[in-house]
Design a protein around this ligand. Structure first.
Ligand SMILES: [Zn+2]
Length: 197
């Protein structure tokens, strides 16, 4: 059955989120109808403001008004360790496990030549430069264990100077499993049981 166009439009937007089907999207849209006008205006404003959040050019985390909270926080913490993750959600999962206190670098994906994702798209050269400029002596690859993830880890390792110690987590993590979906204890174990790569 057809809905008013305004509602159809909202349903279309909600359905575009990963994991949200049309039924849930419709439920969300219908509940908006019960909101006060001022709440709708606040919601619309919040959505509009999201465009001022950008990827931090240094670490790949989120920055707003040229300020990245992760870089800001890391500035006061001397470390020789840098942990490379493929997504913001993986970075947050590791932070939440309180098992690691070094710096992070988010590459936003993994190498996938068939999809046109190469080292340039992931900013690997900038990452390698960051590692040598900041003299990190230990690199922890917390990249999920998939065919593409494995290839990405090998590529990064091969670009690094031999003196840098490279380790990979993954022990206890299911093959193809994403850090984002595992519990803090599994992450802690995976971090503790990392192996030279
Ligand atoms: Zn940053």
């Amino acid at each position: 059955m057809k809905m008013p166009e305004q509602l159809e439009e909202i349903i279309k937007h909600f359905s575009s989120f990963q994991g949200i089907g049309e039924k849930t999207a419709t439920r969300f849209a219908l509940s908006l109808l019960n909101w006060e006008k001022s709440r709708i205006a606040n919601f619309a404003e919040a959505i509009q403001n999201i465009s001022s959040v950008v990827k931090c050019p240094k670490c790949g985390f989120l920055a707003s008004d040229n300020e990245c909270l992760l870089c800001e926080e890391s500035k006061h913490r001397y470390t020789h360790q840098i942990c490379i993750v493929e997504s913001i959600t993986d970075c947050l999962a590791i932070q939440k496990s309180h098992t690691y206190s070094g710096h992070f670098h988010i590459i936003h994906g993994v190498l996938n030549p068939l999809m046109g994702i190469g080292p340039n798209e992931l900013g690997i050269h900038a990452l390698i430069k960051r590692i040598s400029d900041q003299s990190y002596s230990e690199v922890i690859l917390a990249i999920n264990s998939t065919v593409e993830g494995d290839a990405t880890c090998s590529y990064i390792r091969d670009q690094l100077p031999q003196a840098v110690k490279v380790e990979r987590i993954g022990f206890g993590l299911p093959m193809g499993g994403s850090l984002e979906y595992v519990d803090a204890l599994t992450i802690t174990k995976a971090m503790e049981n990392r192996k030279q790569f």
